[in-house]
Design a protein around this ligand. Structure first.
Ligand SMILES: [Zn+2]
Length: 266
């Protein structure tokens, strides 16, 4: 089954035509995991998942938002309890790309992001849910993926996916050793700068590989630069098929089954 395992159709980019986007997913008979990035968007996501049975929710506070609001673990627990459509915790992790905007030093940022990340891990363990991980390295070589791996080891975490993978080959092997699935977005289709990522996708075993869009961002070729939407996950699947030298149908079937198993989709 075609599954977009990481999208944000609750975002403002879809205010005008969200129903159309949803309709196109339904027509394609796909499933979508919609990811919360702040408390309000997590809540909205859970409401959407209540309304549409092909759509599932995750709840969490994105690391770029840790200074915008507090991560109140009780409030998030209520979202999980109330609605029963929450399939993962996150997106959470480390993002060192927007250091300047926060006005904090890299050391302060790391401490704060780690504090919030640990609360997500606590919530995931308590509810036996997988983690939806986000990482982004800094512009001056600050290593988000390496730091995420360190926390996962330290906390003995083995359940979840690292979305929109952007680390190196060695770190990818580290995530696999830790038991994590690896998610690929439209970036894999880009002609330039995607060579290493394509090599990583070739290395990741088919039972650990997940496809996603990160809509509204990261439109794959041939729509690069435009607003993305979940149905475009098809182009990610086609690229994986080409890289792995297997059929498109096999990619759809195997990656879909991975998401169904990991997120216990019903
Ligand atoms: Zn995301």
């Amino acid at each position: 089954m075609l599954i977009d395992s990481h999208a944000h159709i609750d975002f403002e980019a879809y205010t005008e035509d969200r129903e159309d986007i949803i309709k196109r997913c339904q027509d394609k008979r796909m499933k979508v995991i919609n990811v919360g990035a702040q408390y309000e968007t997590s809540k909205f996501t859970v409401d959407l998942a209540q309304k549409y049975d092909f759509l599932y929710a995750t709840v969490g506070l994105h690391p770029i938002h840790v200074y915008d609001e507090e991560f109140n673990i009780e409030d998030y627990q209520k979202l999980i309890d109330d609605k029963k459509r929450v399939v993962a915790i996150g997106e959470c992790g480390f993002d060192y790309f927007y250091i300047k905007e926060s006005g904090k030093s890299i050391e302060e940022l790391k401490i704060k992001q780690k504090e919030v990340f640990l609360k997500h891990i606590e919530l995931a363990k308590k509810n036996d849910l997988p983690l939806m991980l986000h990482g982004r390295n800094g512009k001056n070589g600050e290593m988000a993926y390496k730091d995420i791996l360190e926390v996962l080891k330290e906390q003995d975490c083995h359940n979840g996916m690292i979305h929109c993978y952007g680390g190196d080959m060695e770190e990818a092997k580290g995530f696999l050793d830790q038991g994590f699935h690896i998610g690929f977005t439209g970036i894999i289709t880009f002609k330039k700068k995607a060579e290493e990522l394509q090599e990583i996708a070739k290395m990741v075993p088919m039972d650990k590989l997940i496809i996603e869009t990160d809509s509204p961002y990261l439109s794959p070729e041939p729509y690069r630069g435009e607003r993305n939407e979940p149905i475009n996950v098809e182009f990610v699947a086609r690229k994986i098929a080409e890289l792995k030298n297997i059929s498109y149908d096999e990619v759809v079937e195997r990656t879909g089954q991975n998401s169904i198993n990991l997120f216990k989709l019903r």
